[in-house]
Design a protein around this ligand. Sequence first.
Ligand code: ATP
Length: 266
Amino acid sequence: YEADVLNLRQHTNIKWKDIGGLEETKNSIKAAYGMALAQKPKGVQINSWRNILLFGPPGTGKTLLAAATAGSLEADFFNVKVSNLVSKYFGETSKLISALYSVAHQRSPSVIYMDEFESLTPPRDSGDSGAERRIVSTFLSELDGLATKEDESFILTMGATNFPWLLDSAMLSRFQRRIYVPLPDEAARKSILEIHLTRRGHKTTQDINEWVKATRGFAGREIEQLCQTAIASMTQRANPGLLDLVDQGRKALSKYEIKIEPLTEN
Ligand code: ATP
């Protein structure tokens, strides 16, 4: 399975500054892995925080955060979509998980990002097959093993889910650090807009504040799509106003039924 595992490896050049807003979230993550890396006083038993759970709405930057973590640790980044793993290797999934941890161990430091993490726990009414139980118990023992390993190798497991309430307590208890990744507030939306506009070679003007207001309730992914749509339509028209573009962007987005939900600003 080594070749399969190596295929999960992704090159990443995402930096913390490429992620708009989420300052608190970034600091929590840095503090969590900083704790895992810190020298422990001799004879003191502290369980390392090497398992971090990121949870929150879709498209809010969880993958970006994991990639930036890997980048800042100069670690190998294994990007695993759990549902793919389970459907592709069904019956063999637990072997693949063991292989994943063994390769990550050899290539330490490593960050293992597991998206759609709730897919690892089968729905309670699914009859709970032996194969599924094996997957979960293999994974739990890999996580437990990491916490007690005394050697120098460093593996950080970052689980991500939009549905944290589907995780069972055995799984949750392995994640001492559970970090919420919220929808962006005003300041965050401003910086996400700036990131995606400047990346595409566009300057922002004062009108950006109108965009910021107009995108209330958008996740980062939707803001990125908005920028793409707006810039694409800009190429077809001479010099339209930014608000015009927001309007067009919104129309384009509504085609894809992206909902705009009320958001409590904090
Ligand atoms: P899902 O829960 O659906 O897996 P996610 O939370 O992992 O989503 P990402 O894949 O990290 O979301 O983000 C999707 C895209 O949206 C990114 O590639 C990026 O372009 C944009 N994006 C999301 N959040 C941000 C942010 N805070 N700053 C800049 N770009 C962002």
